[in-house]
Design a protein around this ligand. Structure first.
Ligand code: AMP
Length: 221
């Protein structure tokens, strides 16, 4: 299974990606997570990326494409993968397409999580992430039992710098301008499928799974 998860910031890509990757036994490759790990580790890549991320702007295509190319070379990605947060621009999508043609491993499906814009703002500004294990909470929809503490590991819950309201609004504009054109790109290739990202994470996952099973050789028997 080679899957791309598409959808605006706040559609629940991160939450669904973890479940999908586990259900289909494929690595979850999140460019945002890789970049944040580099920022945290103080690497040259992280230092370069941070100023774009803090403003809610996109990191330049060549940086991202090189990073994803390296990640897809890892042994765990040879049998399949779930890309979350990549591609974000048409040039990124074209580079990925070239890479996959070269490897003779075409995409299985592009799953788009769709959600209304005002809902997205509310979701993102209430999002809190565990600094230690990465588990995601929401102050309204999925609050931790103890304020600021992760239920899973006791780590400290933090708001991502780019989940502040002004940055969220910019990220949505960037999505509309740069990433929405990808929907047409994949629709033209017959790869685009839609999931309404409303309801509980379990409900959204059930809808996603019903679609993904159609593309899974193991489920088809
Ligand atoms: P995410 O966690 O996917 O929302 O990504 C957080 C931030 O990382 C984005 O707002 C961008 O600044 C940067 N980023 C992540 N993925 C990409 C990508 N494919 N292209 C460019 N920038 C990216």
């Amino acid at each position: 299974m080679r899957i791309i998860l598409l959808g605006p910031p706040g559609a629940g890509k991160g939450t669904q990606a973890v479940r999908i990757a586990e259900a289909y036994g494929i690595p979850h490759i999140s460019t945002g997570d890789i970049l944040r790990a580099n920022v945290k580790g103080g690497t040259p890549l992280g230092t370069e990326a941070k100023r774009y991320m803090d403003a809610g702007d996109l990191v330049p295509d060549d940086v991202i494409v090189g990073m994803v190319g390296d990640r897809l070379e890892q042994p765990d990605a040879t049998e399949g993968f779930l890309l979350d947060g990549f591609p974000r621009t048409v040039p990124q999508a074209r580079s990925l397409e070239d890479l996959l043609v070269e490897r003779e491993t075409p995409l299985s499906v592009v799953l788009r999580l769709s959600v209304a814009k005002d809902e997205v703002v509310q979701r993102l500004t209430g999002r809190r992430t565990c600094a230690d294990c990465g588990r995601i909470f929401h102050l309204v929809h999925d609050p931790p039992s103890e304020a600021h503490r992760c239920d899973e590991c006791g780590g400290e819950l933090q708001q991502r710098d780019d989940d502040r309201e002004d940055v969220v609004l910019n990220r949505l504009e960037v999505y509309a301008a740069q990433t929405e054109p990808l929907e047409h790109f994949y629709w033209e290739r017959g790869l685009l499928r839609d999931v309404e990202a409303v309801g509980s994470p379990d409900e959204v996952f059930a809808s996603a799974r019903a679609i993904l099973d159609e593309y899974d050789p193991a489920s088809r028997g």
